[in-house]
Design a protein around this ligand. Structure first.
Ligand code: TYM
Length: 341
């Protein structure tokens, strides 16, 4: 019997296998997947088709994809509630993306903030795939009839676009009685929704920042974590506080401490109000190392258990493919395609 038989709401989310996962990916997304997974039927994919929308290294793509899947398990994704799979293993993602492409107005994509930001960095080399990134993301979500999509703040616009695409398909090809696609909702937790860079508190922590010092990766060693926090940007004000727009680094580092220590904001505000950076930085270092230790240990275990990850992804593929293919057939039928004999 399928593990998904209780009529729960569906969740879908994913992470790109581009480089290491950092604290932004963890606190903005994966930690929240783990926290709410028992309430939902969950599909978590490694979005390796998205990873080639900017220049990529074919020598590391497969290993990076496996590493992210292992990190999902290491962070606490439980196969009792969740399915883990690789996007490129299921051809329905690309196929639905094509169908959606043909009904998505070009100017909707040209408006996307992330496209504009990433396109700037690519100069002359902007691929069609980069522009089309959000349509593939819409296909990921809509294939699973997802009700909720847990992500960081930066993905909100892409989920709104997904809804707009679904509404357009339903208007053009569905009826009042029979909608074609389900409208998903973004699930964005306020805390951790936008983790900022360690070297500039006004910019998002990001995998593509050329400076390694700007982010803490989930697999960083204690020495690396110590070095990055030691060198992170602070200010010259004594006493630490949240929510002062003049002190973005202070707010970010206190937020990291809050989320990683499991304390609440009020407790942390009180604990740190008279501290200087010399006292706070070792505290944040210790807390970060301790919070990441169990994830790193579990990651090593998963990577050492030969064949285990393959079996998780094989089973994940079967579970996910069955759902995806059903939705794809539904959309193709609505668009007027003949069923192959
Ligand atoms: P990616 O790999 O860029 O990011 C993965 C997740 O991490 C969140 N995130 C952050 N959250 C808080 N602070 C940050 N500094 C930070 N940086 C990243 C992102 O919001 C995201 O939730 N487009 C998606 C991948 C994707 C996807 C999907 C997500 C493809 N298809 C379908 C959900 C559903 C992305 O941003 O990946």
């Amino acid at each position: 019997m399928s593990k998904y038989s209780l009529g729960k709401q569906r969740v879908l989310s994913g992470v790109q296998p581009t480089g290491n996962l950092h604290l932004g990916n963890y606190l903005g997304a994966i930690r929240n997947w783990v926290a709410s997974q028992s309430q939902y039927d969950n599909f978590f994919c490694v979005v390796d088709l998205h990873a080639i929308t900017v220049p990529h290294n074919p020598a590391t793509l497969a290993a990076d994809t496996y590493s992210i899947a292992a990190l999902y398990l290491a962070c606490g994704i439980d196969l009792e509630y969740s399915t883990i799979f690789v996007q490129s293993h299921i051809s329905a993602h690309s196929e639905l993306a094509w169908l959606l492409n043909c009904i998505t107005p070009l100017n909707w994509l040209e408006r996307m903030i992330q496209f504009k930001e990433k396109a700037l960095k690519q100069g002359e080399n902007v691929s069609v795939g980069l522009l089309d990134y959000p349509v593939l993301m819409a296909a990921d979500i809509l294939l699973y009839d997802a009700d909720q999509v847990p992500v960081g703040e930066d993905q909100k616009q892409h989920i709104e676009l997904t809804r707009d695409i679904a509404i357009r398909i339903n208007d053009q090809f569905g009826s009042k009685k029979k909608t074609v696609l389900k409208l998903p909702e973004p699930l964005i937790r306020k805390e951790g929704a936008r983790v900022m860079s360690l070297t500039d508190g006004t910019r998002k922590m990001s995998k593509s920042d050329p400076s390694e010092l700007s982010r803490i990766n989930l697999l960083d060693s204690p020495e690396e974590i110590k070095k990055k926090i030691k060198r992170c940007k602070t200010d010259a004000v004594k006493g630490l506080e949240f929510d002062n727009p003049e002190r973005p680094e202070c707010n970010n580092l206190l937020t990291l401490y809050t989320l990683l220590s499991g304390k609440n904001k009020e407790e942390v505000a009180q604990e740190c109000q008279d501290m200087g950076w010399g006292q706070f930085k070792p505290l944040l270092t210790e807390t970060t190392i301790e919070a990441l230790k169990p994830i790193q240990q579990k990651y090593q275990e998963v990577m050492e258990e030969k064949g285990y990850l393959e079996s998780v992804l094989r089973e994940g593929r079967q579970q996910a493919e069955a759902v995806a293919n059903q939705t794809l057939s539904r959309v193709k039928a609505a668009l007027g395609y003949s069923v192959p004999l």
